[in-house]
Design a protein around this ligand. Sequence first.
Ligand SMILES: [Zn+2]
Ligand SMILES: [Zn+2]
Length: 333
Amino acid sequence: MKGIVFLGNRQCAVKEVPTPEPGNGEVRIQMKVSGICGSDLHVYRPPEPRDWVQGHESSGVVEKLGLNVTNLKVGDRVTVHHHQGCGQCYYCSLGDFVWCPDDKVVSGAFGEYVVANERNCVVLPDQIDFIDGPFFACVGTTAYAALRRLGVEQYFPQTIAVYGLGPVGLSTVRIAKSMGTRVIGVDVMEERIEVAKRCGADATVNAATEDPVEAVVAFSGTEGVDYVVETSGSTGGRSSIIPSLRREGKAALVGVGSDDKVINPGDMVYRRITLMGSVVFPIGWLKDFVRYCAQTGLTFAPAVTHHFRVDDGVEALRIADEARCGKVVFDWD
Ligand SMILES: [Zn+2]
Ligand SMILES: [Zn+2]
């Protein structure tokens, strides 16, 4: 089969590689749509080569069963939680595979076939399109988890500022809108701001040309927004969080990157601000989120700006790395 391997220093190659065989408790999935994630780029940019097929955002059809697979059958349409876990330890028992001491990322989504443990697979209902599979596997459910941890509810008119409009930020815009909140999106790339508008953002700000905090506070109609989801991981994004919030406002920090210490805990006290970190999601939340999208009809298709075939993998990675785009996906049909 064909797959994309990373050669280091922003180089990659489309190679002929052996088709993986499913082991005990594993299934082989034929890809239908797979996504390029920001965390793939953290592996693509450094000098170290990675001599195995990359990509961790899969959706496809179960095509072969290994031994002792009990809950899946050939032909099932699935998405795959991108952290494997050991299945045995305390954190795996919570479904929080990301904290398993023996965790590794389920790799291979830039190849035609992915082997995954059946505990990582979640069946997609018929009304869910494969285009949404990569979002469930990683970025979309990451956005859902941030909103769920913040306790965003539908009972009260609420405002959210999303800092960073890459795939996680765009997913946050989609979900927050479907929950009935008013959303303002902030980025420094005009192309991403345009995608956020298509994704339903009520307002947008280009922080390269406008003061984002001023715009966010004006948008709130009061002294600040109820929630911030920070997905950029940048110094500018993080230092805007607290002044963007109203009193008793809450923020989730999702993006990684900057090491600058830009948050002063003293600024939180009198305004009773809550800040929380949010990383990935337990597998049960992925199942809840698939059900939520099936019931509401929410789709992430408006966040996808580029479709590629695996043969054009070099160009696909270049486009994603440039960050002037929404979600970049590979189509396999
Ligand atoms: Zn990802
Ligand atoms: Zn474990």
